[in-house]
Design a protein around this ligand. Structure first.
Ligand code: NDP
Length: 294
């Protein structure tokens, strides 16, 4: 049976490491990192994600600056508010919780977050630097970085291995494929038009599934001993649960764990690590500011 890659435990370890580093920065400079978060409207899921980010930031000693706005805010007003946060020297990482209400152009708002404060790693310049050999982005998308961190902390060899990424979104599939490529994997990206993804997956030493399709990757798609990183978060009806649903990944976990060498569960795999990477990138951003100032 596969080693279960424990995202909760790894995230707790990383939060301890971050806590120490934040304390060291404070000791050295008298400053703490600041994470600015812009939340528009009252979507329950967005509120939950923001609460989780706030709790984790507080735990490691990062100053959490939450700006909440009503769903009716105009695009112009929101742009002004995001610019003000971007100009605020106590804010080192700045994120806009997505999605925004439909009357607001997300791209126009995200463009107000400067490259240096792009803790989510969504800035096209950061993505461009990730894609280009010889360039180092300031930040990268947090979920792909979380996947790479889990592979590294579980000593999963990437160099020269076959990696298959399911999904090609800007925030998960494409950047994680680039990161695996930089670590010398031979990478194949599958998407909704890919023919016979099962056959492609069977050749993989590493599978990263990020498609948003519940339990899509079956046990017999997995090569014996392969590492499986399941990014998907899907709710499926479950009458036995109080909530009436349960969360599953993009991989049929119970089947795949019998074949894989290592596998992330959902929940408790990639999810808790993503917030850690946001905090890490906020700290890195603060360190860049204060080491440049010394
Ligand atoms: P998107 O919807 O933006 O992208 C989905 C990708 O999957 C697309 O590239 C799409 O292909 C591809 N795809 C869809 N169906 C299939 C299929 N049947 N076979 C092969 N490829 C397919 O999703 P995200 O990348 O934003 O998220 C993916 C999943 O990860 C979701 O479940 C999401 O909830 C989860 N997630 C989890 C996070 C975490 O912290 N754990 C963070 C972010 C996301 P095409 O391009 O051709 O349309």
């Amino acid at each position: 049976m596969a080693t279960i890659i424990d995202g909760n435990a790894t995230a707790a370890t990383i939060r301890e490491e971050l806590k120490k580093e934040v304390a060291e920065l404070k000791e050295r400079t008298g400053k703490v990192p600041g994470l600015g978060v812009v939340l528009v409207g009252a979507r329950k899921d967005s509120e939950t994600y923001v609460r989780m980010k706030g709790k984790a930031a507080e735990e490691v000693g990062i100053n959490f600056i939450l700006k909440k706005f009503p769903a009716e805010i105009t695009q112009e007003e929101l742009i002004k508010e995001v610019r003000a946060l971007n100009d605020d020297e106590s804010v080192h990482g700045l994120i806009v919780q997505l999605p925004l209400p439909s009357h607001i152009n997300e791209k126009a708002v995200l463009e107000q977050v400067g490259l240096a404060k792009d803790a989510d790693g969504f800035d096209p310049l950061n993505i461009g630097m990730l894609a280009m050999k010889g360039h180092t982005p300031l930040s990268v998308p947090c979920t792909p970085r979380a996947c790479m961190e889990l592979l590294a902390r579980y000593n999963i060899d990437i160099d020269g291995k076959r990696a298959v990424v399911l999904g090609r979104s800007n925030i998960v599939g494409t950047p994680v494929a680039l990161m695996l490529l930089h670590k010398n994997a031979t990478v194949t990206i599958c998407h909704s038009r890919t023919k016979d993804p099962a056959a492609i997956c069977r050749e993989a030493d590493i599978i990263v599934a990020a498609i948003g399709q519940p339990e899509y990757v079956k046990g017999d798609w997995v090569k014996p001993g392969a590492a499986v990183i399941d990014v998907g978060i899907n709710s499926v009806p479950d009458a036995s649960r109080k909530a009436g649903y349960r969360l599953v990944g993009d991989v049929a976990f119970n089947e795949a764990k019998e074949v894989a060498g290592a596998i992330t569960p959902v929940p408790g795999g990639v999810g808790p690590m993503t917030v850690c990477m946001l905090l890490k990138q906020t700290l890195e951003s603060a360190k860049r500011v204060y080491s440049a100032a010394q």
